[in-house]
Design a protein around this ligand. Structure first.
Ligand code: M5T
Ligand code: MG
Length: 241
Protein backbone atom coordinates (compact mmCIF):
# COMPACT_ATOMS: atom_id res chain seq x y z
CA UNK A 1 0.00 0.00 0.00
CA UNK A 2 0.92 3.66 -0.15
CA UNK A 3 3.07 5.10 2.64
CA UNK A 4 1.49 7.69 4.93
CA UNK A 5 4.72 9.57 4.57
CA UNK A 6 5.85 10.23 8.13
CA UNK A 7 9.62 10.63 8.44
CA UNK A 8 11.56 10.63 11.68
CA UNK A 9 15.27 11.03 12.38
CA UNK A 10 16.19 9.72 15.84
CA UNK A 11 19.59 10.75 17.13
CA UNK A 12 21.27 10.20 13.78
CA UNK A 13 25.06 10.29 13.56
CA UNK A 14 26.74 9.91 10.21
CA UNK A 15 30.22 10.09 8.69
CA UNK A 16 31.42 9.26 5.20
CA UNK A 17 33.98 6.44 5.20
CA UNK A 18 36.98 7.45 7.28
CA UNK A 19 35.92 11.12 7.60
CA UNK A 20 34.74 13.28 10.51
CA UNK A 21 31.10 13.36 11.62
CA UNK A 22 28.92 15.06 9.03
CA UNK A 23 25.66 14.70 10.98
CA UNK A 24 25.71 14.89 14.76
CA UNK A 25 22.77 13.73 16.84
CA UNK A 26 20.17 14.90 14.34
CA UNK A 27 16.54 14.38 15.42
CA UNK A 28 13.40 15.68 13.75
CA UNK A 29 9.99 14.51 12.66
CA UNK A 30 8.03 15.34 9.54
CA UNK A 31 4.28 14.68 9.67
CA UNK A 32 2.51 13.18 6.64
CA UNK A 33 1.86 15.85 4.02
CA UNK A 34 4.12 18.45 5.62
CA UNK A 35 6.74 20.41 3.72
CA UNK A 36 10.02 20.88 5.55
CA UNK A 37 12.82 23.10 4.28
CA UNK A 38 16.43 22.32 5.13
CA UNK A 39 18.66 25.34 5.15
CA UNK A 40 22.24 26.03 6.21
CA UNK A 41 25.62 27.05 4.87
CA UNK A 42 27.50 25.00 2.34
CA UNK A 43 28.83 21.81 3.94
CA UNK A 44 26.27 21.95 6.77
CA UNK A 45 25.01 18.45 5.92
CA UNK A 46 21.81 19.09 3.94
CA UNK A 47 22.58 16.78 1.03
CA UNK A 48 23.86 14.14 3.45
CA UNK A 49 20.42 14.03 5.13
CA UNK A 50 18.89 13.30 1.74
CA UNK A 51 21.54 10.69 0.95
CA UNK A 52 20.52 8.86 4.12
CA UNK A 53 16.76 8.98 3.49
CA UNK A 54 17.38 7.50 0.04
CA UNK A 55 19.71 4.91 1.56
CA UNK A 56 22.62 5.87 -0.66
CA UNK A 57 24.38 5.52 2.71
CA UNK A 58 23.33 4.16 6.09
CA UNK A 59 23.52 5.88 9.46
CA UNK A 60 26.35 5.07 11.86
CA UNK A 61 24.22 5.60 14.94
CA UNK A 62 20.55 6.28 15.54
CA UNK A 63 17.61 5.50 13.28
CA UNK A 64 15.61 6.82 10.38
CA UNK A 65 11.96 5.77 10.47
CA UNK A 66 9.37 6.03 7.73
CA UNK A 67 5.82 5.45 8.99
CA UNK A 68 7.43 4.18 12.17
CA UNK A 69 9.56 1.50 10.47
CA UNK A 70 13.37 1.62 10.35
CA UNK A 71 14.26 2.15 6.68
CA UNK A 72 16.94 -0.54 6.98
CA UNK A 73 14.09 -3.03 7.45
CA UNK A 74 12.23 -1.87 4.35
CA UNK A 75 12.40 -3.28 0.86
CA UNK A 76 14.58 -1.21 -1.44
CA UNK A 77 11.92 -1.42 -4.17
CA UNK A 78 9.26 0.08 -1.85
CA UNK A 79 11.56 2.92 -0.89
CA UNK A 80 12.30 3.64 -4.53
CA UNK A 81 8.64 3.86 -5.46
CA UNK A 82 7.43 5.79 -2.46
CA UNK A 83 10.25 8.30 -2.25
CA UNK A 84 10.68 10.53 -5.29
CA UNK A 85 14.00 12.32 -5.47
CA UNK A 86 15.28 15.28 -7.43
CA UNK A 87 18.96 15.88 -6.83
CA UNK A 88 20.88 19.12 -6.94
CA UNK A 89 22.67 18.34 -10.17
CA UNK A 90 20.05 16.76 -12.35
CA UNK A 91 21.53 13.68 -13.85
CA UNK A 92 20.40 12.63 -17.30
CA UNK A 93 21.17 9.51 -19.26
CA UNK A 94 21.97 9.47 -22.94
CA UNK A 95 18.77 8.33 -24.56
CA UNK A 96 15.49 9.99 -25.42
CA UNK A 97 13.26 12.09 -23.18
CA UNK A 98 10.86 9.20 -22.63
CA UNK A 99 13.68 7.02 -21.36
CA UNK A 100 14.81 9.79 -19.03
CA UNK A 101 11.39 9.86 -17.41
CA UNK A 102 10.72 6.17 -17.02
CA UNK A 103 14.31 4.82 -16.90
CA UNK A 104 14.12 1.05 -16.76
CA UNK A 105 10.59 0.81 -15.42
CA UNK A 106 8.71 -0.73 -18.29
CA UNK A 107 5.50 -0.48 -16.24
CA UNK A 108 5.47 3.20 -17.09
CA UNK A 109 3.93 3.40 -20.55
CA UNK A 110 3.79 6.31 -22.99
CA UNK A 111 0.44 7.44 -21.62
CA UNK A 112 1.82 7.61 -18.07
CA UNK A 113 4.92 9.45 -19.28
CA UNK A 114 2.76 12.15 -20.90
CA UNK A 115 0.57 12.36 -17.83
CA UNK A 116 3.47 13.06 -15.45
CA UNK A 117 5.11 15.39 -17.95
CA UNK A 118 1.89 17.45 -18.12
CA UNK A 119 1.54 17.39 -14.37
CA UNK A 120 5.06 18.74 -13.84
CA UNK A 121 4.95 21.33 -16.67
CA UNK A 122 7.66 19.45 -18.62
CA UNK A 123 5.23 18.68 -21.44
CA UNK A 124 5.29 22.26 -22.72
CA UNK A 125 8.99 22.40 -23.48
CA UNK A 126 9.05 18.79 -24.71
CA UNK A 127 6.46 19.73 -27.33
CA UNK A 128 8.81 22.41 -28.65
CA UNK A 129 11.58 19.87 -29.40
CA UNK A 130 11.80 18.61 -32.99
CA UNK A 131 11.36 14.99 -31.92
CA UNK A 132 9.22 15.70 -28.89
CA UNK A 133 9.27 12.74 -26.49
CA UNK A 134 11.75 10.94 -28.74
CA UNK A 135 14.25 13.81 -28.56
CA UNK A 136 17.69 12.49 -27.71
CA UNK A 137 19.52 14.04 -24.78
CA UNK A 138 23.02 13.53 -23.49
CA UNK A 139 24.24 13.02 -19.94
CA UNK A 140 25.12 16.69 -19.75
CA UNK A 141 21.72 17.72 -21.01
CA UNK A 142 22.41 18.34 -24.69
CA UNK A 143 19.84 20.79 -25.94
CA UNK A 144 18.06 21.09 -22.59
CA UNK A 145 18.49 24.14 -20.39
CA UNK A 146 19.08 23.78 -16.64
CA UNK A 147 15.44 24.61 -15.97
CA UNK A 148 14.21 22.08 -18.50
CA UNK A 149 16.40 19.41 -16.92
CA UNK A 150 14.81 20.31 -13.59
CA UNK A 151 11.28 19.88 -14.96
CA UNK A 152 12.27 16.57 -16.51
CA UNK A 153 13.64 15.43 -13.16
CA UNK A 154 10.32 16.36 -11.50
CA UNK A 155 8.53 14.15 -14.02
CA UNK A 156 10.87 11.24 -13.30
CA UNK A 157 10.43 11.66 -9.53
CA UNK A 158 6.64 11.75 -9.85
CA UNK A 159 6.28 8.74 -12.14
CA UNK A 160 5.21 6.47 -9.28
CA UNK A 161 3.10 9.06 -7.45
CA UNK A 162 5.34 8.83 -4.36
CA UNK A 163 4.06 9.64 -0.86
CA UNK A 164 7.37 11.34 -0.13
CA UNK A 165 9.22 13.84 -2.24
CA UNK A 166 12.81 14.85 -1.65
CA UNK A 167 14.10 17.89 -3.49
CA UNK A 168 17.56 19.37 -3.56
CA UNK A 169 16.75 22.71 -5.14
CA UNK A 170 19.03 23.65 -8.02
CA UNK A 171 21.27 26.63 -7.43
CA UNK A 172 21.79 27.36 -11.11
CA UNK A 173 20.03 30.36 -12.55
CA UNK A 174 17.16 29.76 -14.94
CA UNK A 175 15.25 32.22 -17.11
CA UNK A 176 12.20 33.86 -15.57
CA UNK A 177 9.71 31.94 -17.68
CA UNK A 178 11.15 28.57 -16.66
CA UNK A 179 11.47 29.82 -13.08
CA UNK A 180 7.74 30.43 -12.93
CA UNK A 181 7.04 27.02 -14.51
CA UNK A 182 9.22 25.43 -11.82
CA UNK A 183 7.55 27.43 -9.03
CA UNK A 184 4.12 26.44 -10.32
CA UNK A 185 5.15 22.78 -10.66
CA UNK A 186 6.60 22.82 -7.14
CA UNK A 187 3.34 23.99 -5.61
CA UNK A 188 1.46 21.29 -7.47
CA UNK A 189 3.77 18.34 -6.88
CA UNK A 190 4.32 18.96 -3.18
CA UNK A 191 0.57 19.09 -2.44
CA UNK A 192 -0.59 16.01 -0.56
CA UNK A 193 2.95 14.65 -0.21
CA UNK A 194 5.48 14.77 2.56
CA UNK A 195 8.21 16.97 1.14
CA UNK A 196 11.74 17.65 2.30
CA UNK A 197 13.29 20.39 0.27
CA UNK A 198 16.78 21.82 0.42
CA UNK A 199 15.88 25.34 -0.46
CA UNK A 200 18.15 28.07 -1.70
CA UNK A 201 15.45 30.54 -2.64
CA UNK A 202 13.74 32.51 0.09
CA UNK A 203 10.47 32.18 -1.85
CA UNK A 204 10.61 28.38 -1.44
CA UNK A 205 11.71 28.45 2.21
CA UNK A 206 9.00 30.85 3.31
CA UNK A 207 6.26 28.53 2.12
CA UNK A 208 7.48 25.54 4.16
CA UNK A 209 5.47 24.34 7.18
CA UNK A 210 8.70 24.02 9.11
CA UNK A 211 12.29 25.12 8.55
CA UNK A 212 15.26 23.20 9.91
CA UNK A 213 18.47 25.20 10.15
CA UNK A 214 21.62 23.08 10.06
CA UNK A 215 24.97 24.27 11.24
CA UNK A 216 28.07 22.08 11.02
CA UNK A 217 26.03 18.88 11.09
CA UNK A 218 23.75 19.83 13.96
CA UNK A 219 20.25 21.23 14.06
CA UNK A 220 20.67 24.78 15.28
CA UNK A 221 17.11 26.08 14.93
CA UNK A 222 13.72 24.82 13.85
CA UNK A 223 10.45 26.65 13.30
CA UNK A 224 8.33 28.57 10.85
CA UNK A 225 9.68 31.50 8.87
CA UNK A 226 8.04 33.97 11.29
CA UNK A 227 9.23 32.13 14.41
CA UNK A 228 12.80 32.01 13.15
CA UNK A 229 12.85 35.67 12.16
CA UNK A 230 11.61 36.56 15.61
CA UNK A 231 14.50 34.60 17.11
CA UNK A 232 17.09 36.72 15.32
CA UNK A 233 19.42 33.74 15.16
CA UNK A 234 21.21 31.97 12.35
CA UNK A 235 18.20 31.85 10.00
CA UNK A 236 17.76 35.56 10.36
CA UNK A 237 21.41 36.04 9.47
CA UNK A 238 21.38 33.60 6.56
CA UNK A 239 18.35 35.06 4.88
CA UNK A 240 18.17 38.68 5.76
CA UNK A 241 21.62 40.07 6.17
C1 M5T B 1 28.58 17.83 4.38
C2 M5T B 1 31.15 16.00 3.02
C3 M5T B 1 31.31 17.43 2.53
C4 M5T B 1 31.02 18.23 3.76
C5 M5T B 1 30.02 17.37 4.52
C6 M5T B 1 27.70 14.60 -0.29
C7 M5T B 1 29.05 14.38 0.37
C8 M5T B 1 29.52 15.25 1.33
N1 M5T B 1 30.73 15.05 1.96
C9 M5T B 1 31.50 13.96 1.63
O1 M5T B 1 32.59 13.76 2.21
N2 M5T B 1 31.06 13.07 0.66
C10 M5T B 1 29.86 13.24 0.03
O2 M5T B 1 29.48 12.42 -0.84
O3 M5T B 1 30.14 16.05 3.98
O4 M5T B 1 28.28 17.93 3.00
P1 M5T B 1 26.82 18.08 2.37
O5 M5T B 1 25.88 17.23 3.10
O6 M5T B 1 26.97 17.86 0.92
O7 M5T B 1 26.52 19.62 2.68
P2 M5T B 1 25.39 20.61 2.08
O8 M5T B 1 24.49 19.87 1.16
O9 M5T B 1 24.77 21.27 3.24
O10 M5T B 1 26.22 21.69 1.26
P3 M5T B 1 25.85 22.49 -0.09
O11 M5T B 1 27.15 22.98 -0.61
O12 M5T B 1 25.16 21.59 -1.06
O13 M5T B 1 24.98 23.66 0.33
O14 M5T B 1 32.16 18.36 4.56
O15 M5T B 1 32.61 17.65 2.07
MG1 MG C 1 24.10 19.97 -0.92
Amino acid sequence: GRFRGEIEFRNVWFAYEGEDWVLKDVSFKVEPGETVALVGATGAGKTSIINLICRFYDVNRGQILVDGVDIRDMRQSDLRRQIGVVQQDVFLFSGDIKYNIRLNDTEIDDEKIREVARYTNAHRFIETKPNKYDEEVTERGGTLSAGQRQLLAFARALAFDPAILILDEATSAVDTETESLIQDALEKITRGRTTIIIAHRLSTVQHADKIIVLHKGRIRECGTHEELLEKRGLYYKLYLL
